[in-house]
Design a binder for this molecule. Sequence first.
Ligand SMILES: Nc1nc2c([nH]c(=O)n2[C@H]2C[C@H](O)[C@@H](COP(=O)(O)OP(=O)(O)OP(=O)(O)O)O2)c(=O)[nH]1
Ligand SMILES: [Mg+2]
Length: 140
Amino acid sequence: MAKIKIINVVAGIIINQEGEILTTKRKPNRVWGNYWEFPGGKIKRGETAKAALTRELDEELGIKTKIGPLVMSPINYDYSYGQVKLQFYYVKMLSADIKLTAASQFKWLVPAELVEFDWPPANQPLIEYLVNHSLPLKNF
Ligand SMILES: Nc1nc2c([nH]c(=O)n2[C@H]2C[C@H](O)[C@@H](COP(=O)(O)OP(=O)(O)OP(=O)(O)O)O2)c(=O)[nH]1
Ligand SMILES: [Mg+2]
């Protein structure tokens, strides 16, 4: 039996003072091209999830960040190329300017607007969670 490839991914639910969440659009040539996502990426061997997220947000957006609590329990989802294990943390930005390197666009959205965009299927439970729970604007 072929071994299933596990892909550990961490992404940020970056929130601003207005109660909006930062979302980015994946470039067309990548897996899930043109779908929206929460910025982040694969955790490297030996790296903690929070360190990986800090690194990815610096690489993909050129921002300094404060990583807060986990949003919900990890999501496991089988794609054709492997099983992704997705962890999401709430994040605040400590620097103002966003310089996109991995994404083609970004948008700030209030939670209710998230349902209007196309997400990779693994994100479905997360989108539902964010629509139904208030953001921790003051708690970290
Ligand atoms: N960042 C992110 N990845 C997601 C989300 N939802 C989802 O299914 N994924 C999947 C897509 C990919 O299979 C994987 C993340 O891979 P990636 O290609 O963005 O990883 P990376 O940033 O490390 O990029 P690379 O160095 O491999 O190019 O997780 C999401 O909301 N954010
Ligand atoms: Mg990425």
